[in-house]
Write a protein that binds this ligand. Structure first.
Ligand code: ATP
Ligand code: MG
Length: 420
């Protein structure tokens, strides 16, 4: 590559043709899957007012405090490339009053997100997620349905040995008491905590439970357990979620240190982990956010959702569910007289829904045959002036090696007869 060529921005990736078909397959699968569960797609703009994320995600989260791509537009508005999808979906839900149409609004998305993180395997600056948001029901069945969608969609996408980590972080009321107890416990250890944890001590002490630093993990081992602070209703809700999961044979591990990074989560919180990934082993995170819609200016409305990282899913799904679609028929032109017949036939084949291609480089017959093989074509049609005199073309099956002359006007019938 010459010094003059321009490269992509660090942490962003081109999805090249040898991979893009896997993305298409995943996306098709997600659409089908979501329709089965009664969720409808929503697409929101790539950028939003910065305030949406400041309010909807929370200013002391990692996302808002250090990961956003924020800039001023020409009218001096502060704009942010969306770092996550829940806040934009809720914004749209409120703006268009979707709750008026259906008291339980079930939405899904397949989209990109932008976060200025240190790029590494499984962590990029532009990445993709699919996810769902169910808005309007506080009941445990919907929590179980959301976890079921996350889990079964990942299984159908070819992920194996997944672990679901589950916790309830209770309602906002009991979080106040827990927060105070946690601060009381952490206070004597404050000197041993990292700068990040120290700054979280006042703003978001629950996040310290989620630490990845070994000596902090040791400290928080002895911390009070959220489960001791849940209200009776919280406990009942949590037990019902677990019972529904058991009914669906969805395995889970309870993890009372699992707190999501976002401020608006309440009660159910979960994460799905794949052993096929390295350090960034979380494929999916989600939970209930009964406080969010109100935070964004709506009337109090319960909500729950998850987001799954598509790059990580494609990394973890080592075995692809099916093969890249290939060209079925390749047309080989022997001489210039055959070219326009071939060109027209090519169009007819494609018009009938058959994957077909031909050579546009006027190459030798040998190179054309090589190209047919490279493309994985099963059938070739060899078209030249000699055969066309009798109104025929050569029809060759590259799999079996059989070859015969067939009338030009029976090509379509012959190809449709070929068993798949
Ligand atoms: P992590 O702990 O890995 O930073 P997170 O808590 O920031 O994850 P969420 O905001 O819950 O992640 O996003 C849901 C999913 O999106 C993650 O489980 C992961 O699969 C994917 N994801 C998050 N950030 C990135 C990124 N920078 N690059 C690629 N995928 C990501
Ligand atoms: Mg993160």
């Amino acid at each position: 590559m010459s010094k003059n060529t321009i490269r992509s921005i660090k942490g962003t990736h081109d999805i090249l043709p040898d991979q893009s078909w896997r993305w298409q397959q995943l996306e098709n699968h997600v659409h089908d899957f979501m329709h089965r569960y009664g969720y409808r797609e929503i697409r929101t703009p790539v950028f939003e007012r910065t305030e949406l994320f400041a309010r909807g995600v929370g200013t002391d989260t990692d996302i808002v405090s250090k990961e956003m791509y924020t800039f001023r537009d020409m009218s001096n508005n502060s704009i942010t490339l969306k770092p996550e999808l829940t806040a934009p979906v809720i914004r749209s839900y409120l703006q268009h009053n979707l709750g008026r149409l259906t008291p339980l609004t079930k939405l899904y998305y397949i989209d990109h997100a932008f976060r200025q993180e240190r790029p590494q395997a499984g962590r990029y600056r532009q990445f993709h997620q699919y996810g769902v948001e169910a808005l309007g029901s506080p009941h445990p069945e919907i929590d179980a349905e959301i976890i079921a969608i996350a889990y079964f969609s990942l299984l159908e996408l070819g992920l194996e040995n997944l672990t679901i980590k589950l916790n309830s972080i209770g309602s906002r009321e009991c979080r106040i008491a827990f927060r105070a107890a946690l601060q009381h416990f952490l206070k004597p250890h404050l000197g041993d905590l990292s700068e990040t944890s120290k700054s979280r001590f006042n703003t978001n002490p629950l996040r310290i439970l989620d630490t990845k630093i070994p000596h902090e993990i040791e400290i928080v081992q002895g911390a009070p357990a959220m489960s001791d602070y849940l209200t009776a209703e919280d406990v009942q809700h949590y037990n019902q979620v677990k019972s529904h999961l058991n009914d669906l044979n969805i395995p889970f591990e309870e993890d009372n240190k699992l707190v999501r990074g976002l401020d608006y989560y309440t009660r159910t919180t979960f994460e799905i982990i794949s052993p096929a990934l390295g350090a960034q082993n979380s494929v999916c995170g989600g939970g209930r956010y009964d406080g969010l819609i109100e935070t964004l200016g709506g009337k109090p409305t319960p909500g729950i959702g998850f987001a799954a990282g598509i790059e990580r899913i494609l990394m973890a799904a080592a075995v692809s569910q099916s093969e890249e679609p290939t060209v079925l028929v390749y047309l080989i032109v022997i001489d210039d007289d055959g070219r326009s017949t071939a060109f027209k036939l090519l169009h007819d084949l494609r018009d009938k829904g058959i994957n077909a291609d031909m050579d546009y480089l006027h190459r030798s017959m040998k190179s054309q045959l090589r190209e047919a093989n490279r493309l994985g074509a099963e059938l070739v049609l060899i078209i030249g002036s000699e055969e066309l005199k009798d109104g025929t073309v050569q029809f060759k099956n590259l799999k079996t090696g059989s070859q015969k002359a067939i009338p030009l006007d029976s090509v379509l019938a012959e190809i449709s007869e070929k068993p798949d």
